[in-house]
Design a protein around this ligand. Structure first.
Ligand SMILES: Nc1ncnc2c1ncn2[C@@H]1O[C@H](COP(=O)(O)OP(=O)(O)OP(=O)(O)O)[C@@H](O)[C@H]1O
Ligand SMILES: [Mg+2]
Length: 245
């Protein structure tokens, strides 16, 4: 086993009294991008929300370097080393870009906070001329940069991204994809939920496909690129076509 690892084992989650994850197991490794694909309602968001402490589990485990993650608050999970980029690039709208970033750095000492914000701005220099703007005045792509920057400021070992490209223009999606690859190259393990399956399969080393609360496929991204019918089957089973991209 690798020195660092994030393991989900037999995870069962209920939402609104209904079981939505039926015993999910998966593993992430440092420096690797793992894609998590599946149709609407398959349970992708429920999985990453549970892994980040935002939803309780009925049973199972999520371990980071051997330590149990379940039962901790989202804040504590972040401190353990798991950061999440929530669906729909949520930012604090009335707050300036710089204060959005600083708010994510509260876990650090003042000096470290300044360093982490500075490092995140090196990843997204586009934000530098916009630091004093209220975040609500940013484009969707710029908001997503703020949200990814906020996650990076937490110095994560693992980054869970719920819909990297949702609602964003193709050029910005390409740019964000390159950034995600760069973050993984620095050793961060990434779980990438992405509606554009071609983008996800190009970035990812390994892939899990979810279908109605279960894992329907796991394997190498290459294998899935060679056998797109596996993916089509999973999406068609749930009545949704695969997004091209
Ligand atoms: N707030 C909620 N309360 C109760 N059930 C929910 C809630 N949110 C989602 N669900 C249900 O949980 C199941 C999994 O949904 P989830 O949002 O995790 O899927 P998803 O794969 O992220 O879908 P999408 O691609 O649309 O984002 C679905 O059956 C959904 O109806
Ligand atoms: Mg979702």
């Amino acid at each position: 086993m690798s020195a660092s690892s994030l393991h989900v084992n037999d995870l069962v989650v209920l939402r609104g009294g209904r079981e939505v994850l039926h015993g999910i197991s998966l593993s992430l490794l440092p420096g690797e991008i793992t894609a998590l694909l599946g149709a609407n309602g398959a349970g992708k968001s429920s999985l990453v929300m549970t892994m980040s402490g935002a939803l309780p589990a009925k049973s199972g485990s999520v371990t980071l370097d051997g330590a149990e993650v379940l039962g901790h608050t989202p804040d504590a999970v972040r401190r353990m080393g798991i950061a999440i980029v929530l669906e729909g690039h949520p930012v604090l709208s009335n707050i300036s870009v710089i204060d959005n970033l600083r708010a994510s750095a509260l876990m650090h000492s003042r000096r470290e906070a300044d360093q982490e914000v500075e490092a995140a701005l090196e990843v997204f220099p586009e934000l530098k001329p916009r630091l004093q703007l209220a975040a609500q005045n940013l484009s969707g792509g710029q908001k997503q940069m703020v949200v990814v920057a906020q996650a990076l400021i937490c110095r994560p070992k693992y980054l869970l991204i719920d819909e990297l490209s949702f609602g964003l223009a193709p050029a910005i999606v390409q740019r964000l994809g390159e950034t995600i690859a760069g973050i993984a190259n620095r050793g961060v393990g990434i779980l990438l939920i992405e509606q554009f399956t071609t983008l996800a399969l190009n970035l990812a080393n390994r892939v899990y496909v979810m279908e109605r609360g279960d894992i329907a496929f796991s394997g190498n991204a290459e294998e899935l690129r060679a056998h797109p019918e596996i993916l089509h089957g999973a999406y068609l089973a749930s009545g949704r076509a695969v997004a091209a991209g």
